[in-house]
Each structure stands twice: as structure tokens, then as C-alpha cells.
Ligand binder design. Structure first.
Ligand code: SAH
Length: 362
């Protein structure tokens, strides 16, 4: 299997706030406070998101004074690319270092309909799903909005070399996005803004393990982005065994929140259902799942379990995967099997990890 790994030289990152955390309106406010004209904000957004410069000095239609002020107050480069690793199927995994020495992973997936970036929202995760690598070391910290935005900008900059574009974004990397809700919302608004990266709402997907109060809040935002829920089990007992979050936010209440979301937004939802060999992959589970979601406007995405060395789940045999799918189809469920990408570089679902580099080298 062909693998490519590149390593960039590491520059010191500063702890000033990231300019990528600011909405256009917030940047206008800041400029006003500096006695600068508000329209400069649009020029700055253009440099950040359309021309995608890597230094404030390159913003040549701004005065030297304003450029200096910007670099005094904000950082532009908030992520260091440490490793860029390409899979046989074209998937690229980026390892980015943050200003405090932690590092996160971001994945670029290539589909026939375009390039999709899978972003990380936290360093680690505190949800504790029993099959997932991202939660093994617990939660270290939340990412700032700008650190999430920067992941997309960095991947877009890599694609600029071949004049390609990031066409969609999935919030399915490390972390629970609804556990870092405000930063996640800011991120969404910035990448969706037509003067920002201008990624259409229908090309953005967020996935949650099921933090119920945030599902209601998210529904009320009515953002028209794609919404996925990690379900993984057709009943509450089994779900609690696989996902401890189900003890706090139980399946019946989760389904009620999902129904509220659908009513409020008019959108259908996606349920992610990992197939864990011998655990939740039997015909009886498929039937129970079909009846659980019978009247719910939804789509089911089956994910054959990806290998995580610390976890001892095994793959469902191929025939059983198809039988599970068929049972759902026969019951009238809209279902697909997720195509596996990047598993040879540990970039598939549930394989991403946060790393603490300073600890590693100490
Ligand atoms: N924290 C959010 C976003 C993560 S999305 C959430 O839980 O939805 C990543 C998806 O991959 C989730 O559906 C997650 O449950 C699933 N996943 C985690 N570990 C996996 C594994 N080993 N194999 C297959 N899917 C896995």
C-alpha cells in the first residue's frame, strides 16, 4: 500500500486569539474600536478566505499601520502541519499542532461529488463511547472556533496547489461538537458566510452522540445543515452498553428530541449505526431498529466497525452486513452502507486521536 508522509518545519505558534474566530460583524466592531473603517473587514475576509494568505503582511490594500495592528492582536497561523499522510484511496490525514503543544487530526476525503473535510472540535473527548479511539485519553480542551475554521483553510490551501476546492465539511472528527456548542456554531457561521469560505449549509454535516438539550438548541437555530445522530443501538439497554452517554440522555428522550428537530427544521436526519460483530448486527436488531424509527423522517448510514487496537470489537461478516441492510430495506427504511475510506492510515471513523506532543517527547 502506497503511503506518503511529509513533515513541515515547526514554527512557534503564539497564543493571541485567532483572527479566524471572528465573524465578519465582530471584525467590523473591532475595526471601529481601532478607528478604522468598517469596510476594511470585508477586505480582510477576502484575504483570509478568498485569497487565503498566510501572513498579515500580504494584505497589500491595508495600511502598514493596520497590518501591524492586526498582527499585534491576532494570529493568522494557528495550526502547524506536522504530518500529511496520504492513503491508497486518496484520503489525506493531516496532523496539526496547536499553540499549546497538543495536536489534532483532520481528514480530507475525495468523493466523486467533491472534496470533503472532516474536522475536529475538541482535543480528545469525554463521551467515552466504548468503540472509539478519540475518547481514550479523555478530554484535554475545547477548540476555539478559529482552530476549527483553520483546519478547513489549511486543507483548502493544500488543495489550492491543484486548483481544487473543499466542497463539503463534516463535523465528525475528534470530539463531541455539541459539547463545544458555541464554538461549533461560530465555526458554522464563518464557513457558511458568503464572504467567508461560502460552504453551503446543505454541504455541511454535524454529528452528535446525543446531547439532548443541545439538540433542542440546535433545532431552534434552524440552520438547514445536515444533521446526524450516532445511534448504534435499537434499544436503550444496548445503547447504554455501547455509549455511556445513553445513561444520562436516554434513547426514548433522544428520539423525542430528534422528532422536535425534524418538526422545527423540516429536514430529515441521518442515523449512524456502527455494526459491531455479534453485538448489534443481528436480524432481530435490524427489525427493532426499523420499528424504532418507523415514523421518523430519516436515513440510516451503516458503518462497519473500524479497527481500534485498544478496543476488541470485531467486524460483521460481509454477508451479515448485507442481510442487515436488506432487513432494513424490506421494512421500508432508507439505508446505505458507508464506504470505508482511509482505514490504512487510521483515518476512518473512530480512529482519529488527539496527541499531546510535549508529553510524548518529554
Ligand atoms: N462525537 C460525534 C462526532 C463523531 S462522528 C458523534 O459521536 O457523533 C464519528 C462517527 O464514527 C460516530 O458516529 C462514531 O460513533 C463512529 N465511530 C466511532 N468509533 C468507531 C469505530 N471504531 N468504527 C466505526 N465507527 C466508529
Amino acid at each position: 500500500m502506497e503511503k506518503m508522509t511529509t513533515q513541515e518545519t515547526i514554527t512557534e505558534l503564539s497564543q493571541k486569539p485567532s483572527i479566524y474566530s471572528l465573524q465578519l460583524s465582530e471584525l467590523k466592531e473591532w475595526l471601529k474600536e481601532q478607528n478604522e473603517k468598517a469596510f476594511r473587514a470585508e477586505q480582510i475576509f477576502d484575504w483570509l478566505y478568498k485569497k487565503r494568505v498566510s501572513d498579515f503582511a500580504q494584505m497589500s490594500n491595508l495600511s502598514k499601520n493596520l497590518r501591524d495592528m492586526l498582527s499585534e492582536h491576532f494570529t493568522l497561523t494557528t495550526l502547524n502541519t506536522i504530518i500529511k499522510q496520504e492513503s491508497a484511496d486518496g484520503t489525506i490525514k493531516f496532523l496539526f499542532e496547536l499553540h499549546d503543544g497538543y495536536s489534532i487530526e483532520t481528514v480530507l476525503m475525495r468523493h466523486d461529488y467533491g472534496n470533503s473535510v472532516c474536522v475536529t472540535t475538541q482535543v480528545g473527548c469525554r463521551i467515552g463511547c466504548t468503540f472509539c479511539a478519540s475518547t481514550l485519553g479523555g478530554l484535554k480542551r475545547h477548540l476555539e472556533a478559529g482552530e476549527i475554521v483553520s483546519q478547513v483553510v489549511k486543507v483548502q490551501q493544500a488543495l489550492d496547489e491543484t486548483e481544487e476546492r473543499v466542497s463539503s465539511v463534516v463535523i465528525m472528527g475528534i470530539g463531541e461538537p455539541f459539547d463545544n456548542f458555541d464554538n461549533m456554531l461560530s465555526f458554522l457561521k464563518i464557513i457558511n458566510h458568503d464572504q467567508g469560505l461560502n460552504i453551503g449549509a446543505r454541504h455541511i454535516t454535524v454529528s452528535t452522540s446525543g446531547i439532548i438539550p443541545k439538540i433542542y438548541q440546535f433545532a431552534d437555530e434552524n440552520m438547514q445543515i445536515n444533521f446526524a445522530i450516532s445511534l448504534h443501538a435499537p434499544n436503550t439497554e444496548l445503547r447504554s452498553r455501547l455509549m455511556p452517554i445513553n445513561k444520562a440522555y436516554k434513547l426514548p428522550d433522544l428520539m423525542e428530541a430528534v422528532r422536535y428537530y425534524i418538526n422545527k427544521t423540516g429536514r430529515r436526519v441521518s442515523f449512524e449505526y456502527g455494526l459491531f460483530g455479534g453485538v448489534n448486527d443481528q436480524v432481530e436488531h435490524a427489525k427493532e431498529l426499523a420499528s424504532l424509527i418507523k415514523d421518523v423522517k430519516c436515513h440510516v448510514n451503516l458503518i462497519p466497525v473500524n479497527y481500534v487496537p485498544e478496543r476488541d470489537y470485531v467486524r460483521t461478516p460481509r454477508d451479515q452486513i448485507f442481510l442487515f441492510e436488506k432487513t432494513l430495506k424490506d421494512a421500508g427504511v432508507n439505508v446505505t452502507i458507508r464506504r470505508e475510506q482511509g482505514s490504512d492510515i487510521d483515518a476512518a471513523c473512530g480512529q482519529l486521536r488527539a496527541k499531546e506532543r510535549k508529553e510524548e517527547t518529554r
